[in-house]
Design a protein around this ligand. Structure first.
Ligand SMILES: [Zn+2]
Length: 454
């Protein structure tokens, strides 16, 4: 922290530094030893993505132009699961090496050029092949993510940073050779230039786990659009759609359920934090995005809860990611309170660069929240604190240590020992409780399965 402040002072004269986000720099992962120097993480300031779907060649290509800041010398890091076909840094061709993090917990791409601190521009071109399906009448494509597997956020589709970073992102879509129309389902603001060109702007607080994006030939999916009045007076535009078949008749039932769940969540945690709601009823598990979800009927409440905790109160890394799953599971089971807890997990203490969520969150994590609720019962339990977090800390990615500190401040009592005992323990899950079947809510989806839901 001290180093970052000194580095910032030193860099104060670098053009563009005024735009750097202190919040992002505060959560910047530490560098690791690499070659003759270090691999250094960057603060992405802006990313302009352009995806071209060539309907004749049946190929999709993504181009990214990323402006980033580094605060020390080293080999800058970004990530893309697909190997770039072209890469340039500050206008010069470079290469990047897929590199394991020190404890083998994840992988990133380190640009093969020792780079001085400051503002840089990275240009990347790569093929977009995951969850893309060309058809006679257009193309189906989605950027669906998972927090249960490493490298399954935006980096699965586009060059991106780790989850800590809030980036101003714009996505331009070109449908080359399209004879008909496409529908775009997304949680950004869509500008249609013509029937083959769209621009989507996402809020600048978005991270690599925020974007919901799905496009399909117009008319392919039954949909229901309506306005939902928020408790703060806004009319939230809602889009519900489904992949047809047995689900198409459920849209009216889904509308009732969405209305009921949003009313419950707004009563408990205040106005819905996002400007719109998108629900894709796909009938298999669920995943949350900012104001959006792909879900089945039974997971709807869980996934919309995540628009407050996960995509409202945003985890900055894997060791903070369990909090929202524990809270969501605690809600699913009716906010139970308990007086004691046995067992321990390492949910907060996975190796430093871990990006995915510990599955113990759904079972032991839920019990831990019940325990904390029991412990804070005389002060109203956990829910007032959760409401306070949404009111004061929404859209600010956090580390688990910050969460523990905020909790201590709120209740005027330290919870460090509780978290240490129950979440910084051994990595193997030792509770006597059965491990809850996470398929109920976050079905682990294999690529073939997601493909079938496109
Ligand atoms: Zn969940």
């Amino acid at each position: 922290m001290r180093f970052i402040i000194l580095a910032l002072l030193t860099l104060a004269s670098v053009p563009g530094i005024a735009r750097a986000s202190d919040h992002d720099l505060k959560h910047l992962p530490k560098p690791f030893a690499y070659r003759d120097s270090k691999a250094v993480f960057a603060d992405f300031e802006e990313a302009l993505y352009e995806v071209t779907y060539d309907l004749t060649a049946k190929q999709a290509v993504a181009k990214a132009q990323i402006r980033f800041l580094t605060i020390e010398a080293g080999y800058p890091v970004f990530d893309s699961v697909k190997t770039p076909t072209s890469l340039s840094l500050d206008g010069q061709a470079v290469t990047a090496t897929l590199t394991r993090t020190p404890n083998q917990e994840s992988s990133v791409r380190a640009i093969d050029r020792l780079t001085q601190p400051g503002i840089h521009q990275l240009d990347v071109i790569l093929p977009l092949t995951d969850l893309v399906e060309f058809r006679q009448d257009g193309v189906k494509s989605a950027f669906w993510t998972s927090d249960l597997q490493d490298r399954n956020f935006l980096e699965r589709y586009l060059p991106a940073n780790l989850e800590f970073d809030q980036v101003k992102m714009t996505l331009i879509l070109r449908f080359k050779g399209l004879q008909s129309e496409q529908t775009i389902y997304t949680n950004g603001s869509v500008h249609r230039y013509d029937s083959t060109t769209y621009e989507i702007r996402y809020p600048s607080h978005f991270t690599s786990s925020s974007i919901f994006f799905h496009t399909a030939p117009k008319g392919l999916y039954p949909e229901l659009r309506f306005g939902l009045r928020s408790i703060d007076g806004r009319e939230l535009p809602v889009v519900l759609y489904t992949n047809g078949g047995v689900f198409s008749s459920s849209l009216d039932r889904l509308k009732d359920r969405v209305t009921t769940v949003i009313a419950e969540l707004e009563r408990d945690y205040g106005p819905f934090p996002h400007p719109s709601i998108t629900v894709y009823l796909a009938g298999a598990g669920g995943m949350e995005y900012c104001g959006a979800t792909m879900t089945d009927f039974s997971a709807l409440g869980h996934e919309l809860f995540h628009s407050y905790f996960a995509r409202g109160m945003m985890p900055a890394n894997g060791n903070a990611g369990w909090v929202d799953e524990a809270l969501a599971s605690w809600r699913d089971d009716g906010y139970q309170a308990i007086g004691s807890l046995s067992g321990s997990t390492g949910m907060s203490s996975h190796p430093y660069y871990t990006r995915s969520t510990d599955r113990a969150a759904y079972s032991f994590g839920e019990r831990f929240m019940s325990y904390l609720d029991g412990k804070t019962r005389s002060k109203g339990g956990l829910k007032p604190f959760m409401r306070h977090l949404i009111a004061t800390r929404v859209f600010r990615p956090f580390h688990i240590e910050e969460f523990i500190g905020w909790m201590g401040d709120y209740y005027q009592s330290s919870f460090v020992e509780d978290f240490k005992r129950y979440t910084y323990g051994t990595r193997s899950f030792e509770s006597a409780l059965p491990v809850r079947n996470t398929n109920e809510v976050h079905q682990k989806m294999h690529p073939e399965m997601l493909q079938s839901l496109l």
